[in-house]
Design a protein around this ligand. Structure first.
Ligand code: SAH
Length: 265
């Protein structure tokens, strides 16, 4: 399927899980233990106590202290049970601001970076975003957070093992608006275009033209790009905004993402 753009939706999980309405903008819910959570319906791994809600709300409070101010992003981060997406041996680190291995040499991004990218993606948007394309499903965590913030999520992964794992992780959430795709995300997913936002969890030396082509006018693409900051070869987050007049590009802070690779494996 590499390079053909023929990736097909593999799974459309059943009906949406019941969720409390998102908090209104400007009023993040930071009270421990009050936000309904979502997470794969497995047995709770040992080591995190009976309820991860308080520790998750603590993480959200730290994200707010670090400068994340989008109430909807904070609310979504508070709902998704990150510990359900990592190995049992790592559950105790799940709510620390650290990236963690998810197998096949890949990592789940730090909560701080996930929330920062989502905030950048949503900037200027009052309600829910429309259709969003995510490159690099990984374990499916960010797709679950995205599902709370946009109408449809198309998430594409090039490694079969991780695509399958994300499918298992997300199955019981029954997020009807998440569509998992197996294929090479370098070509985007033309069938879902135009997108109200595109977000990449893997970084190359430039952004594939297909992503820019598949972006709607007024929409944003957030991606790590190597060598984007002047005088540095390391990665930085870049926000591309597509306007009727052309593309506006803003280079943000330095980041460390796994490489964007072509083809499938
Ligand atoms: N958002 C993920 C992060 C996964 S890490 C999560 O929440 O877990 C980034 C992922 O991008 C890896 O799984 C890697 O395999 C994938 N990736 C790299 N290049 C890709 C490409 N061309 N198409 C699709 N996925 C790609």
């Amino acid at each position: 399927m590499a390079g053909t753009g023929q990736a097909k939706p593999k799974e459309r999980p059943g009906f949406p899980v019941r969720l409390a309405p998102a908090n209104p903008p400007g009023r993040p819910k930071l009270v421990p233990g009050t936000t309904p959570s979502i997470g794969p319906n497995r047995l709770m791994p040992q080591g995190l106590g009976m309820d991860s809600s308080a520790v998750r709300q603590n993480m959200v409070a730290k994200l707010a202290q670090q400068g994340i101010s989008d109430a909807q992003v904070l609310d979504a981060m508070g709902r998704v049970e990150r510990h359900r997406f990592v190995d049992t041996a790592l559950v105790n680190q799940a709510y620390e601001d650290t990236s963690l291995p998810i197998g096949l040499g890949q990592t789940i991004s730090k909560p701080g970076v996930v929330s920062r990218m989502l905030e950048l993606l949503r900037q200027g948007c009052d309600g829910r975003l429309g259709r969003v394309l995510e490159i690099g499903t990984g374990c499916g965590y960010q797709a679950a957070v995205l599902s709370q913030l946009c109408t449809e999520v198309y998430s594409i992964e090039r490694l079969r093992g991780l695509h399958d794992r994300a499918r298992v992780n997300l199955r019981h959430l029954r997020l009807a608006n998440v569509h998992l795709l197996f294929g090479d995300g370098m070509v985007g997913y033309a069938k879902g275009a135009p997108y109200a936002g595109i977000i990449s969890a893997a970084g190359g030396e430039s952004v594939p033209q297909a992503w820019l082509d598949q972006l709607a006018i007024g929409a944003r693409l957030v991606a790590p790009v190597a060598g984007a900051a002047a005088g540095s070869r390391s990665q930085a987050l870049v926000v591309f905004e597509k306007t009727a007049q052309g593309l506006r590009q803003t280079v943000m802070e330095a980041v460390h993402f796994v490489p964007l690779k072509s083809g499938v494996a």
